[in-house]
Design a protein around this ligand. Sequence first.
Ligand code: SF4
Length: 419
Amino acid sequence: MSCIKQDVHPENGPPGADLAVNGFDLMQPRFPAQTPAGVRNGRRVKDAAVPPQGVYLPNNNVLTPQMRSPEYVQMSNAAAITLGIMPGRMHRCGCTRCLNLLLTYPEGCRANCAYCGLARHREAERDYADRNFIRVDWPAVPTEQVVDIVARDGEKSPFHRMCISMITHPRSDADTVAVLEAWTARIDPAAIPVSILSNPTTMERADVQRLRDLGADIFTVALDAATPAIFDRTRGKGVQSPHKWQKYWEILLDARDVFGPQKFGAHIIVGMGETEYEVLSLVQQLVDLGGHSHLFCFFPEQGSLMDHLPATPRDQWRRVQLARYLIDYAGVRVERMSFDGEGRVVGYGLPQAEVEEVITQGIAFRTSGCPGKFRDDVSACDRPYGDSPPSNIASFPFQPGRRDLQKIRRQLGIRVVRG
Ligand code: SF4
């Protein structure tokens, strides 16, 4: 038998060790510096015009070759290792189940999102293909080579899903179509379904429909920010970036109509200044629309406009992870949960024994994203260590073990007394 006691025990990962939440006032991004005219728009790479030779591993000591989608795509280290084009092993997980393909251009992404390592303000510092993104390098690989390997592996492929990640670039819509067509020409999308991580700023409803018609399975919108004010200061006017909350919602609602229930969703980064109540209200809104939310724990990406700010305290993150799972998969509504005066979760809307059962299952603390082939609430997209170091895991890319769950309970402020 066990009894459960709530107490205050924030075990937060550095650098936010003494914070209970990342509040709005604290999470103010830096303003981007001016980029010298001579290096804007990928000028360095385009002037050097070095022809690419197969796989390119990010390297600041060589001239970056001129690589463009749809001929080239970038992928995470985890995906490159799983695909067998890079040596290496991931800590505590053999491979990734989702092949994320990121569009790439010498000009890079033309947006300036404050938390993102790919943002435009980094042009002077690093060429696009050398920038870090969600904590890791992204090798560039010929699209044809990727498709060849997955088609050759057939049913033995370790991938449960492929995802095309768009960026803000004038060619992004057309090249997403081209990559999708290159994939579906050789690989049955029923065997390895395709998700689109969209860039609403350059899209219209007809683009959403086209991707559906060409065989995409799930369409997601990276809202990233949980409120309009945070969106504007991290992705819009606040950092000279072109994105607008209203446009993102317009495309999200188009995706609901075109892709249908359970086939659309939104990415949300937790800990950029919203309250727990605000982010969970958004999670509820998405569920009410028929979609899902995919959560990311804010991590101060090196070189980004928020790299001076603390990572999301682990207690805040765990409460939101758990509550989001209950809303998304256990039918609990945010209105049944209780919150303190700072908007923090103090009750999950279920008897404590049922909450404990969900914690013990551990799935709530795994990486969230589009589903794979195991079960609906287990994401194919496991993004190993994309939002934390392996020493203090935020999103578990594998099933948390007994000791992981002990740590999670401590982070949640739950003390379990065996008796
Ligand atoms: S649009 Fe996406 S890739 Fe571009 S800066 Fe924003 S978050 Fe990064």
